[in-house]
Write a protein that binds this ligand. Sequence first.
Ligand code: GRF
Length: 218
Amino acid sequence: MTRLAVLVSGQGRNLQAILDALRDGRIPARAACIVSNRSAAPALDRARQAGVPAIVLEAEGRDRAAYDAALTAGLERHGVELIAMAGFMRVLSDGFIERWRGRMLNIHPSLLPRHTGLHTHRRVLDEGDPEHGASVHYVTEKLDGGPVVIQGRFTVGPQDDERTLAAKVMQDVELKIFPQALAWCARGELRCDGARVLFRGRALAAPLGLEDLEPAFR
Ligand code: GRF
């Protein structure tokens, strides 16, 4: 079975959804390890609870190349084949991205290519976007710019504020689309071929959506 690593920095709600899907077999993979760049990340408790090896790798005193080399060494030690970036708040070096090309998925809280980077909910409100959501994409050298696999979207209402948008993005979208995308990867149904996403052998013309979720991920 595919050996999956999850990279985290924070609360780990996405991590928990992934761990739950691994445990009940919806993602046919093994949790090889969890890596956090923050020793205080609540996500680490979730890893320990699930009995998955947790690695804390803080940046202190290391430059980016040294950090990423240590990260790759840790992942290789655990035999990792697939990486889920679930709220990992570090920019990765080009060398790291090359090493793991086509094997690394990230979740981002916006409808990419809109709103790369931080504070996406605030920017949706400031710019009066009619819709908001989240995206799972392959990681490339372009920050939040790799090929998008699946997006979930919803209409922004007049009552929405940053808090309600954040809750909807997490509950209604992220916690569904990330485990689903990882399940497709683990089954060998999803691949990245340069700029294109191949789903069940065919290049996607547009990202998949909530309507494509299998019943087990809805
Ligand atoms: C998510 O909104 C993710 O999209 C963003 O960071 C947040 C992580 O939350 N990159 P959690 O750690 O999964 O609770």
